[in-house]
Design a protein around this ligand. Structure first.
Ligand SMILES: Nc1nc2c(c(=O)[nH]1)N[C@@H](CN(C=O)c1ccc(C(=O)N[C@@H](CCC(=O)O)C(=O)O)cc1)CN2
Length: 284
């Protein structure tokens, strides 16, 4: 099948256009949404992502602060920065870019962020609320995938969604969000035996394996919707996903590319969450 590509860049720009309108309304009420992005160390991919986040903020008229810290910073020092941001009235959203260096306990840092400013949706309080369907900040990648499915008119209720991957920031919340829309959900992971048996049943297949081009057409049911969360480099150092796009595109009814699929949505949903955090200050 051709012409079945889900254009994440285009959908992300539709989402950010709506966020921009909300930003303008907030500014009329004297509130400029503010995002603080904390980057620890010199990971080049992380540097690119945080730069894109602050640039997008600026483009949408939001206030943004980038805090760059040394690779060898202690956990205590990092926690102090988080505390300062928790108390900063100009900052509505706080994001600590992951991964963090090994001397720092990621869970402890995430738990230190005020749940009111947890625009990544990683805080245990946000995750708990998401699990029981209460309004909260949703983890940006799975939230972005739900938007991609909505904008692409993919029916979810009654469909069998198979998620490959069980990370706290993508796989686990992805399954929950699909379940809330009445999908039947199966989780697969690195210890799953006979992966094909499960993936071949998927109407919606979400792939977050972290292994370049691992999923080809042989894993996919004819007409399935395929969502690729991976970001890898192939043998020619070219960006690619966890799905072998050329092979999978021939059997999928709809499929996200890499780049230009899920990635741009992650940043768009971060903008939406930051805007929501600022709006919440007018209600609370
Ligand atoms: N605190 C967080 N850390 C990390 C998150 C997160 O949501 N919060 N997610 C990922 C990285 N990430 C955002 O931070 C992210 C990854 C990829 C993209 C993206 O737009 N990718 C492009 C390709 C970019 C390239 O050229 O390399 C695409 O897929 O089209 C955006 C955000 C881990 N850490």
């Amino acid at each position: 099948m051709s012409n079945n590509k889900i254009d994440g860049k285009q959908i992300a720009s539709q989402v950010t256009e709506k966020v921009q309108e909300r930003v303008e309304r907030l500014k009329e009420q004297g509130v400029t949404p503010g995002l603080a992005v904390v980057l620890v160390g010199n990971n080049p991919a992380s540097q690119t992502y945080v730069n894109n986040k602050t640039k997008t903020c600026e483009r949408l008229g939001m206030h943004s602060v980038m805090i760059e810290l040394e690779e060898n910073i202690t956990e205590q020092e990092l926690l102090k920065h988080v505390e300062t941001l928790n108390n900063d009235k100009k900052i509505h959203g706080i994001l600590v870019q992951l991964p963090l260096p090994k001397q720092i306990d990621e869970d402890r840092v995430i738990a230190a962020i005020s749940p009111l400013k947890d625009v990544d949706g990683f805080h245990p309080e946000s995750v708990g609320k998401m699990m029981i369907g209460q309004p909260t900040f949703l983890s940006c990648t799975p939230f972005g995938i739900m938007k991609l499915l909505e904008y692409s008119d993919v029916e979810i209720a009654g469909k069998h969604a198979v998620i490959i991957g069980r990370s706290n920031i993508v796989g686990k919340p992805m399954g929950q969000l699909l379940l809330q829309k009445d999908a039947t959900v199966t989780y697969c992971h690195s210890k799953t035996k006979d992966l094909h048996t499960f993936t071949k049943q998927a109407d919606i297949l979400v792939v977050a394996t972290g292994r370049a081009k691992m999923i080809d057409a042989s894993f996919i049911k004819e007409g399935a919707v395929v969502i690729d969360v991976g970001i890898n480099r192939d043998e020619h150092n070219k960006l690619c996903g966890d799905v072998d796009f050329a092979s999978a595109q021939a059997v999928a009814s709809k499929i996200t590319p890499v780049p230009g699929g899920v990635g741009p949505m992650t940043i768009a949903m971060l903008m939406e969450n930051t805007c929501l955090a600022a709006e919440n200050t007018l209600i609370n």
